[in-house]
Design a protein around this ligand. Sequence first.
Ligand SMILES: NC(=O)c1ccc[n+]([C@@H]2O[C@H](COP(=O)([O-])OP(=O)(O)OC[C@H]3O[C@@H](n4cnc5c(N)ncnc54)[C@H](O)[C@@H]3O)[C@@H](O)[C@H]2O)c1
Length: 338
Amino acid sequence: MKTILITGGAGFIGSNLVEYLVEKYPNNHFVNLDMLTYAGNLENLKSIENANNYTFIKGNICDRTLVESIFTKFKIEGVMHLAAESHVDNSITNPDVFIETNVKGTFTLLDVAYKFWMEKPFTYKKEFKNSRFLHVSTDEVYGTLGKTGLFTEQTPYAPNSPYSASKASSDMIVRSYFHTYGMNTVITNCSNNYGPKQHDEKLIPTVIRKALSGEIIPIYGDGSNIRDWLYVLDHCKGINLAFRKGISGEVYNIGGKNEQNNNYIAQRICELLDGIQPLEKGSYKDQINYVEDRAGHDFRYAIDASKIENNLGWKAAENFDSGILKTVEWYFNKYKNK
Ligand SMILES: NC(=O)c1ccc[n+]([C@@H]2O[C@H](COP(=O)([O-])OP(=O)(O)OC[C@H]3O[C@@H](n4cnc5c(N)ncnc54)[C@H](O)[C@@H]3O)[C@@H](O)[C@H]2O)c1
């Protein structure tokens, strides 16, 4: 049975991915290595926690001895690397841990995989000849866009926050292991995800939570910042396709062609909540309030996903209307009794 290591599998995207893969591939074994920082939550994995093809290990990707022991014990044949510090606001107040986890952690995993799978540069050990390292990254590495244009895989890197700089650095290290050692690597750069199991601190859960608790719904600046929103399961399917069918050394952008500004997101959520649990008077929209903008706030991100669509046959199944409704319903059930 082929064993695949997934890092960060207790986080938002990781837990959606682990659940999807454990159910889809009963003949693969999935080992989830996650340190359970404030962002990791085993509640996210309840549905598969007892599955025969799933193992959870609590630990730090920077701990080389631990990572080596996992590769040896489970004969790891593939890595899907998602563990990271992921919240831009936290990277502004506390950048150190972003460099540690996102840069050093990625390096540690890569280097252990290289030494475990390969005899020397460009020569894989026979039993690991198809082993692949897939690195999950973000569109934020490309910097910010003006009103027009899209990020392609050729867009030069221009990260603007400590978070995106740490992710860009990790992408560069992955790239170097492909070029220097001939390691079988693939990188995916995805736009903003939304959907179930995201941490409370992120925009969409915050809007829903604050709306339901009767608090002010804080929106940065004037709310005009634009993101390209992708339903999390569509991202997971893209990661899986890139892992199984992508070409070694290639980069694939993943995005939903769903550009929305923060004002639209907040208003749409309030409209849906107005339908699900109407207030006695007025609308949840009345709680929206503008707060001081995030330092260095990128104006717009938008992805050209034609490479993964044309070459690997990926396509987003969810459109924004259907995805946001599912999402609001999921968080409504989570928060309604709190
Ligand atoms: N959320 C998005 O919109 C988005 C978009 C594109 C790319 N990404 C990337 O996808 C990946 C997952 O993002 P997410 O939103 O699920 O993040 P998340 O913050 O929800 O989850 C991160 C997970 O990593 C774990 N972790 C953190 N540091 C660790 C360490 N040192 N060792 C082991 N585990 C550790 C946490 O416990 C958590 O479970 C990240 O690499 C992120 O950069 C996210």
